[in-house]
Design a protein around this ligand. Structure first.
Ligand code: G3H
Ligand code: 13P
Ligand code: NA
Ligand code: ZN
Length: 328
C-alpha cells in the first residue's frame, strides 16, 4: 500500500531504524527494489529525480508506481520526488501519485547556484503548505553537497553546485537547521556533511576530516524529533568496481560512504538514506559480465534479468544493514 514519508519515518524513528531511498528510472529498477523488499520484509522508499521523470515519462512512471504497489500489496511504499527544484515540479509529482516530495532549496532553481537562507526558507515553506494540503510529505535540504577534500560541488555527474564551496556551505550549521525546521515545517531534513553524489566521493577511505558525521550528531542533539536524511550515501563497493573493470569498464579508484558510518548516523536520527550509484554500479557490473561471457546474447531480458538480480542483492544488503528488514 502507498504510505507517506512522514508515516514511514515516524515508524522508523519509533523503532530505531532507517529506510534506504533507492532511485529508480525504469521497471527493472522498480522491480529490483520491490523484490528485495519482499525477500526481507522491508518497507520501501522509491524516488525519482527530475531526470528520471523526463527519461521515463510522468504518465508511464505514474502507472509503474501503481503497478508496483498492486503487485506487492503487503509492502508499505513511499513514492518520493528526489531534488525537486520548485513549486511546479513538486505539484506535478503530487498529481502523478507521489506521496512525498523533496524541495531542494539549498540550490537556486537552476540546480547549480547555492541559495541563501531566505530563498530556501521561503520556497520550502510554500511547498510544505501546498504538499501538506494534499496529504503529501516534504523533505527539505539545508547545506550544499560537495567534497570537503576538494571544496568542489558535485557537478561531475551533471547536477549539484557549480564551482568552489566554503566549508561553511559544505557543512550544515546545526543552529540554522533548528531555525529552518521551525520556519518551514518540513517532515524530514537533508543535511550536508561531506558526502556528494556519484561514484567519486572520496579519494581515500573517509575519516572524520572528510566525512563529518559529528555534524549529524550535533543536529540530532538540537532536533531530536526531526527525521534526518543522508544524500550521496552510496558505499561504492570495491567488488562492483572490480567486476566492471574486469569486463571492459573504466571506474577510477574511489571510495564511498562506509556502511558503518551510515549505521552511526542511524543512531543519531538518520531515517532516510539516499542510494543511487551503488545500484547503477550493480546493474552495469551484471550487464558487462553477461554480455562479455555470452556475446551471442541479444534478448534484453537475457542481460536485464541478471542486472535486476545484482541490484536486488545491493538493496537486500542495505535493508539488512539499516535495520529496515522485518518492518514491512
Ligand atoms: O540526485 C542524484 C540522483 O542520483 C539522481 O540522479 O539526476 O542523474 O537521475 P539523476
Ligand atoms: P549516491 O550517488 O551516493 O547514490 O546518492 C544518491 C542521492 O543522494 C540521490 O538523491
Ligand atoms: Na530526496
Ligand atoms: Zn541527493
Amino acid at each position: 500500500a502507498m504510505i507517506t514519508l512522514r508515516q514511514l519515518l515516524d515508524h522508523a524513528a519509533e523503532n530505531g531504524y532507517a529506510v534506504p531511498a533507492f532511485n529508480i528510472n525504469n521497471m527493472e529498477q522498480g522491480l529490483a527494489v520491490m523484490n528485495a523488499a519482499a525477500a526481507t520484509d522491508s518497507p520501501v522508499i522509491l524516488q525519482a529525480s527530475r531526470g528520471a521523470r523526463a527519461y521515463a515519462n510522468d504518465a508511464v512512471l505514474a502507472g509503474l508506481i501503481q503497478g508496483l504497489s498492486r503487485a506487492f500489496p503487503d509492502i508499505p511504499l513511499c513514492m518520493h520526488l528526489d531534488h525537486g527544484n520548485g513549486l511546479a515540479t513538486c505539484a506535478t509529482a503530487i498529481q502523478n501519485g507521489f506521496t512525498s516530495v523533496m524541495m531542494d532549496g539549498s540550490l537556486q532553481a537552476d540546480g547549480k547556484t547555492p541559495a541563501d537562507y531566505a530563498y530556501n526558507r521561503d520556497i520550502t515553506a510554500r511547498v510544505v503548505e501546498m504538499a501538506h494540503a494534499c496529504g503529501v510529505s516534504v523533505e527539505g535540504e539545508l547545506g550544499v553537497l560537495g567534497s570537503l577534500e576538494t571544496g568542489m560541488g558535485d557537478q561531475e555527474d551533471g547536477h549539484g553546485a557549480e564551482g568552489r564551496l566554503s566549508e561553511d556551505q559544505l557543512l550544515t550549521d546545526p543552529a540554522e537547521a533548528e531555525q529552518f525546521v521551525k520556519d518551514t515545517g518540513v517532515d524530514a531534513l537533508a543535511v550536508a556533511m561531506g558526502t556528494s553524489h556519484g561514484a567519486y566521493k572520496f579519494t581515500r577511505k573517509p575519516d572524520g576530516a572528510i566525512l563529518a558525521m559529528h555534524v549529524i550528531e550535533e543536529i540530532h542533539r538540537r532536533l531530536p524529533n526531526t527525521h534526518l536524511v543522508m544524500h550521496g550515501s552510496s558505499s561504492v563497493p570495491e567488488d562492483l568496481q572490480q567486476i566492471i573493470n574486469a569486463y571492459g569498464g573504466d571506474i577510477r579508484p574511489t571510495w564511498g560512504v562506509p556502511v558503518e558510518e551510515i549505521q552511526r548516523g542511524i543512531k543519531s536520527g538518520v531515517r532516510k538514506v539516499n542510494i543511487d550509484t551503488d545500484n547503477r554500479l550493480a546493474m552495469t557490473a551484471a550487464i558487462r559480465r553477461k554480455l562479455s561471457e555470452e556475446p551471442a546474447e541479444f534478448d534484453p531480458r537475457g542481460y536485464l534479468k541478471p542486472a535486476m538480480a545484482m541490484m536486488s542483492e545491493v538493496c537486500k544488503a542495505r535493508f539488512e544493514a539499516f535495520g529496515t528488514a522485518g518492518h514491512a
